[in-house]
Design a protein around this ligand. Structure first.
Ligand code: NG6
Ligand code: CA
Length: 514
């Protein structure tokens, strides 16, 4: 009576064993989507999770609490274009001419077809997009903004783009969607120049009465939406952006991208305009802080991040998405408009405990917030690892299983273990680019001598660019006030020699042995 069941059980067991032996190995955990949120000019000390008390940032604090927060993460440079260049190419920008802060009519500075971060993701089957600030140039030669705008992001690895072409304070003040200016009326052609005015419309320097905020230091040319900009443009009236709607516009585009790609793997590079100048947040954020438009722009940035995180939740993508949040360079308070930021700053410390700011070779130039979240894979906490944005390319290449050629991304190192929290040391060295170069080796900070200036009075920032070499021990002196160069001449000389060697080598990543 019981024979049959026993046989059945045995047979079932055998089947199971045989069946198991024949099954292929279980698949590796699926690759995550990648959402890289890149803020503009956000300093080390601006977020609640970074110690700020006068501006509420609940969404970024939520991201930090559920992810890994880095205390020694760096952009490669203290300004925008070189940081973005390095982020996307894995090469230090100081190695390449023409990667300084670009005017809005500059040509694309990345070679079409180059192995970029998005191109690697594409090779791994990802759908890629850039939404937001570009500032890496567009087109070749004398660009006609009324025709096809190429090459651009679509030629360097992005499947689609919706761009603020340069900066909010530079013309052209229109969005570029894929190869076209979005919403352009062919009967009202758009022209752009950085040399001469193009029509009779009053300029900011002529009609301050027309302006929402007074210009400062050269932001005095074409007026768009009551704000005067660097550079001249004419026409394109229907396509001109409204600054107060920019954050909503980018968020809507991003959510649309997430919804369209929720069933496939995607990589979204979402680069906010906030908190760069001009700071003109949507009216619903005005007055949310006592810090004026700069504080309110941080609130808008936090709202933006919250909308993206909520969308991931709603689409059930949170567990399958690696979210990275960071900034392109350190903070600046007055960067071109008298918007009240200086007067209302109070005791908010944009750089936290660090010295300098945007443009500076001191730590605040490049040491920026970095938050990394990947539920189940990244244990929440704080990491002191030294990491640089130049490594995102090689690290994410390793994550998605894409090999790199020797000539690709020559300064990018696979620091995936550090980014995911398994390694708490990270790089043994990193170069920081400002108007002079600095080298970090562990806690030591060497600032190469330069031609100055040491202080930028207009923006009120110490640039760290001095005629003599400087040396700081960040373990004891995070604020870089005690220059040890004279007391430690041998260490100073050794670091100077190492920086020189790293420059001359033309690369950081060792060549694969042949
Ligand atoms: C500077 C601008 C500043 C800002 C910066 C670029 C002047 C005097 N200052 O040249 O306002 O636009 O360039 O900022 O023009 S970045 O974050 O895009 O690098
Ligand atoms: Ca910037």
């Amino acid at each position: 009576m019981c024979r049959t069941p026993l046989l059945l059980l045995l047979a079932a067991g055998v089947n199971t064993v045989v069946g198991r032996a024949q099954e292929p190995a279980p698949p590796p955990p699926p690759l995550p989507n990648i959402l890289l949120i890149y803020a503009d000019d956000l300093g080390y000390g601006e977020l609640g999770c970074q110690g700020a008390t006068r501006v509420p940032t609940p969404n970024l604090d939520r991201l930090a609490a559920s992810g890994l927060r880095f205390t020694d993460a760096h952009s490669t440079a203290a300004t925008c274009t070189p940081s973005r260049y390095s982020l996307l190419t894995g090469q230090y920008a100081f190695r390449r001419q023409g990667t300084g802060v670009l005017p809005g009519d500059a040509n694309l500075v990345i070679e079409p077809g180059a192995t970029t971060l998005p191109a690697l993701l594409q090779r791994a089957g990802y759908r890629t997009a850039v939404i937001g600030k570009w500032h890496l140039g567009l087109g070749r030669g004398d660009l006609d903004w009324n025709g096809a705008i190429a090459p651009g992001p679509l030629e360097v690895g992005f499947d689609e783009c919706f761009l603020l072409p340069a900066t909010g304070d530079r013309v052209p003040c229109v969005y570029v969607e894929n190869h076209r200016v979005a919403g352009l009326d062919p009967g009202d052609p758009l022209r752009v120049s950085y040399r001469q005015r193009l029509d009779d419309a009053p300029l900011g320097r002529e009609r301050p009465d027309l302006l929402k905020m007074p210009w400062f230091d050269g932001h005095d040319m074409t007026i768009v939406n009551g704000i005067s900009r660097i550079g001249y443009m004419s026409g394109g009236t229907a396509a001109r952006w409204i600054d107060e709607q920019m954050a909503d516009t980018f968020v809507a585009r991003a959510i649309d991208f997430l919804e369209r790609n929720q069933d496939r793997r995607f990589g979204l590079y979402f680069a906010t305009h906030d908190i760069h100048v001009p700071r003109a947040p949507h009216p619903r954020f005005v007055g949310k802080t006592a810090m004026g438009p700069r504080g309110d722009a941080i609130v808008q940035l936090d709202w933006t991040v919250g909308r993206l995180l909520d969308s991931l939740d709603r689409l059930h993508l949170t567990d399958h998405t690696l979210v990275l949040f960071t900034s392109d360079n350190g903070p600046v308070v007055n960067d071109g408009y008298a918007d009240g930021a200086v007067e209302h700053l109070g005791d908010h410390r944009p750089a936290g405990p660090l010295r300098g700011g945007k443009y500076s070779a001191f730590e605040a130039g490049t040491r920026v917030p970095l938050l990394v979240r990947w539920p189940g894979r990244v244990r929440p906490g704080v990491s002191p690892a030294l990491v640089s944005q130049v490594d995102l390319l090689a690290s994410l290449a390793a994550l998605v299983g894409q090999p790199l050629d020797d000539d690709d991304a020559v300064d990018s190192l696979d620091q995936l273990a550090a980014l995911l929290g398994a390694d708490r040391v990270g790089r043994d060295h990193v170069i920081e680019q400002a108007s002079t170069l600095a080298l970090r080796v562990g806690p030591w900070k060497f600032v190469a001598p330069g031609q100055g200036p040491a202080y930028a009075a207009k923006v009120g920032i110490e640039l760290g660019n001095a005629r003599a070499p400087q040396l700081y021990d960040l373990r004891l002196d995070l604020g870089e006030h005690d220059d040890l160069a004279f007391r430690e001449p041998e260490r100073t000389a050794a670091l100077a020699a190492r920086l020189q060697a790293l420059r001359e080598a033309g690369r950081t990543r060792p060549r694969a042995s042949r």
